[in-house]
Design a protein around this ligand. Structure first.
Ligand code: ATP
Ligand code: MG
Length: 232
């Protein structure tokens, strides 16, 4: 528990009421340790994105408890939840949601800028991270002037700006060809190993899931399997 970035205890999520009730997540319990690189897999509709939304503090569970970096979420006020979300978590989605009117580096700095962090400090970190993902020469390009893989790398840099303890990635390579997907995945792995950032990655790709340390399998809202991946 001491090194857990995330602890879930009997988490449930129910949508709707009465006849229309949909019990999407059922008594989900697991924890993620610091620096763990975990795949979340399961068929379409099994509840993966819903689970990520709960962990990302974007939605509230119907019952159960959630601890993020040791803090019990149900005990926090909305403002404290937002603060924790901004500081402890990074988000990467299948579609990167970059703002087309802004350059790569502006996109990367935007969330932190909104939080009132000094520009000079931000710029140095943004440049350092863009260089790390091989985009130092592309900092001043607009999203439409970048390839899909380059755009996703910008989105990854944006997610890492606040040095999150845990990055939640919902099919981060789902929209890319297999070679680009592979290189993006390697990049996530590299960041994980260098910085000790924990990752929870939703993927449909068995090969990528097999390159994780651990696999969580959801089936009809139940955590059906939780296995460590053997490394040869
Ligand atoms: N806001 C909502 N209101 C009602 N039902 C919802 C809502 N969001 C999700 N659901 C339902 O919850 C179930 C799980 O959806 P979820 O998006 O978590 O699945 P998923 O595993 O991410 O699927 P996919 O692989 O297709 O992305 C589905 O039956 C879906 O219809
Ligand atoms: Mg989904």
């Amino acid at each position: 528990m001491a090194n857990s970035v995330l602890v879930l205890e009997k988490l449930n999520r129910i949508y709707g009421e009465g006849e229309a009730q949909n019990h999407v997540l059922k008594d989900i319990s697991f924890s993620l340790q610091q620096g763990e690189f975990t795949a979340l897999i399961g068929q379409s509709g099994s509840g993966k994105s819903t689970l990520l939304n709960l962990i990302g503090l974007l939605e509230q569970p119907s019952s159960g408890e959630l601890y993020l970096t040791g803090q019990q979420i149900s005990q926090l006020h909305e403002q404290e939840r937002t603060r924790l979300r901004n500081h402890a978590l990074g988000f990467v989605f299948q579609f990167h949601h970059l703002l087309s009117a802004f350059t790569a580096i502006e996109n990367v700095m935007m969330p932190m800028k909104i939080r009132g962090i000094a520009n000079k400090q931000l710029k140095a970190r943004a440049q350092e991270l863009l260089a790390k993902v091989g985009l130092e020469k592309y900092a001043h390009r607009y999203p439409t002037q970048l390839s899909g893989g380059q755009q996703q790398r910008v989105a990854i840099v944006r997610a890492l700006m606040a040095q999150p303890a845990l990055v939640l990635a919902d099919e981060p390579t789902g929209n890319l060809d297999s070679q680009t997907a592979d290189s993006i995945f390697s990049l996530l792995r590299q960041i994980n190993q260098e910085d000790g950032t924990a990752f929870l990655i939703v993927t449909h790709d068995v090969n990528l899931a097999n390159r994780c340390d651990r696999q969580l399998v959801l089936k009809d809202g139940i955590l059906e399997r939780d296995t460590r991946v053997k490394k040869e």
